[in-house]
Write a protein that binds this ligand. Structure first.
Ligand SMILES: Cc1cc2nc3c(=O)[nH]c(=O)nc-3n(C[C@H](O)[C@H](O)[C@H](O)COP(=O)(O)O)c2cc1C
Length: 214
């Protein structure tokens, strides 16, 4: 027994894709939609209920252009190198991902809204042993995913990106992000072109699940 329509709920959960080529670059995103989806995101869990998340919503064209430059600088030759690698030996899905990622990198400035999720962090910017690092990342990415799901439910698309983080300091200077606040990504947001997204092919569950012990 559930109060949810499982068909709809599961469709939302299984068809929220990383949207790049089907971002509609011609339609502005209403700020009210971003606000509503962020309100939903704030219901996500966070370690100790600290709610250290901070969100920067950028729609100003010059700032988007600067962020896109920083993104491309962060990407460096990575996308081209990977595209060459998958062309040589990867599967069709890998090929689509890198083709699509390059498309986005070239047009990021044209995506109407960039959302930069951040988290207040006292950690050094490198993985640390034990529970601190998972706790920190676990206190922001569930909220980011909720934001993306809420967008999808409303006809908007997004993609979690991290390539600009290699030049995170330049983005922090551009956006005035204070010390002690860590950016964890950049999420471009736009209406989607069509809404018929499908579940992706994944490794089978049997390959990745261990019952009772490894
Ligand atoms: C931690 C993380 C970082 C990612 N960084 C980027 C990125 O910098 N640029 C990009 O285009 N996609 C990025 N992606 C999207 C992945 O390529 C995408 O999730 C993956 O190919 C699976 O596709 P799907 O989300 O449509 O199922 C990232 C995803 C995750 C989870």
């Amino acid at each position: 027994m559930t109060v949810f329509d499982l068909a709809i709920t599961d469709r939302l959960l299984t068809t929220t894709r990383s949207v790049r080529k089907r971002l509609d670059l011609t339609r502005p995103v209403p700020p009210a939609v971003v606000r509503e989806c962020l309100e939903i995101a704030l219901q996500a869990p966070s370690g100790g209920n600290r709610q250290g998340w901070r969100w920067i919503v950028v729609s100003e064209p010059a700032t988007r252009a600067a962020l896109a430059d920083i993104y491309r600088q962060g990407a460096g030759s990575y996308l081209d190198d990977r595209a060459r690698e998958v062309a040589a030996g990867g599967n069709a899905q890998d090929h689509r991902v890198f083709d699509s990622a390059r498309y986005l990198a070239e047009r990021l400035q044209d995506v109407p809204v960039h959302v930069i999720p951040c988290v207040r962090a006292e950690l050094p910017p490198a993985p640390t042993a034990g529970f601190a690092w998972p706790s920190l990342m676990g206190s922001i990415f569930p909220a980011v995913w909720s934001f993306q799901l809420a967008l999808r439910a409303r006809g908007f698309g997004s993609v979690l990106t991290t390539l600009h983080l290699r030049c995170a300091d330049a983005a922090a200077a551009l956006l005035g992000i204070p010390p002690g606040v860590m950016q964890v990504g950049l999420v471009p947001v736009a209406y989607t072109i069509g809404t018929d997204f499908k579940p992706a092919e994944r490794r089978p569950l049997a390959e990745v699940v261990h019952w009772e012990r490894w």
